[in-house]
Design a protein around this ligand. Structure first.
Ligand SMILES: O=C(CO)[C@H](O)[C@H](O)COP(=O)(O)O
Length: 223
């Protein structure tokens, strides 16, 4: 059985105690630290920028999974790579030249991710799947933590899993938004490999236990 990768989203952390919350993730079963960058244009919210990513990198003992919810992300790839991103995920909806952008991310030594908004169909990725290390399926409309999970995400995971299996490609499937103990098992059964969780971790009475429990759902080993 493969264990899923749990990626706590620091969007829901206490920014007045960021060092404490990063340290908590360091000591937990989390595989990655999910870092949400919002520009107030692509999404109707602003989170934080490069200096915070650089600070998180200096505190973190786990890879930074950077999710760019920004327009023209290609302008900032080098800066986020330098700030310590292990993965850079850009939005399909924000990229005019997605193939080029993904190639640039890999050339910078990072894993290349593509995020799809809830309304964006999975098959649109078919011609760039070989350039992708992970696909992030948004299971809420991006911009805010604490939203309600959108149910049709299960179908999108299954569709993506089928596409990847058909093409024999190893990209990971990541799900982000409204993820918690009530849906983690079903998401993993559907084919998810990485679970991003903000509210269900940081608003839990015991965030360490919340991370551990999300990661305890067994899923079938890859064929
Ligand atoms: O990308 C995001 C919002 O756009 C967040 O990562 C996502 O919403 C996770 O937060 P929560 O678990 O609270 O839903």
């Amino acid at each position: 059985m493969n264990k899923p990768i749990i990626a706590p989203s620091i969007l829901a952390a206490d920014f007045a105690n960021l060092q404490r919350d990063i340290d908590l993730i360091n000591r937990s079963d989390a595989g990655w630290i999910h870092v949400d960058i919002m520009d107030g244009v692509f999404v109707p919210n602003i989170s934080f920028g490069l200096p915070i990513v650089d600070a998180v990198r200096r505190l973190a003992q786990k890879p930074l999974d950077v999710h760019l919810m920004i327009v023209q992300p290609e302008r900032y790839l080098e800066a986020f790579a330098r700030a310590g991103a292990a993965t850079i995920t850009v939005h399909y909806e924000a990229c005019t030249h997605l193939h080029r952008t993904l190639t640039q991310i890999r050339e910078l030594g990072c894993r290349a991710g593509v995020a799809l908004n809830p309304h964006t169909p999975v098959p649109l990725l078919e011609d760039v799947l070989e350039q992708i290390d992970q696909v992030l399926l948004m299971s809420v409309n991006p911009g805010f933590g604490g939203q309600t999970f959108i149910e049709h995400t299960y179908r999108k995971i299954a569709r993506l899993k089928h596409l990847l299996t058909t093409h024999r490609l190893p990209a990971l499937i990541e799900v982000d938004g409204g993820v918690g103990p009530d849906n983690a098992g079903r998401l993993l059964d559907a084919g998810a490999d990485v679970l991003v969780a903000g509210t269900s971790v940081f608003k839990a009475d015991d965030p360490m236990a919340a991370i551990r429990e999300l990661g305890e759902y067994p899923k079938p080993a890859l064929a």
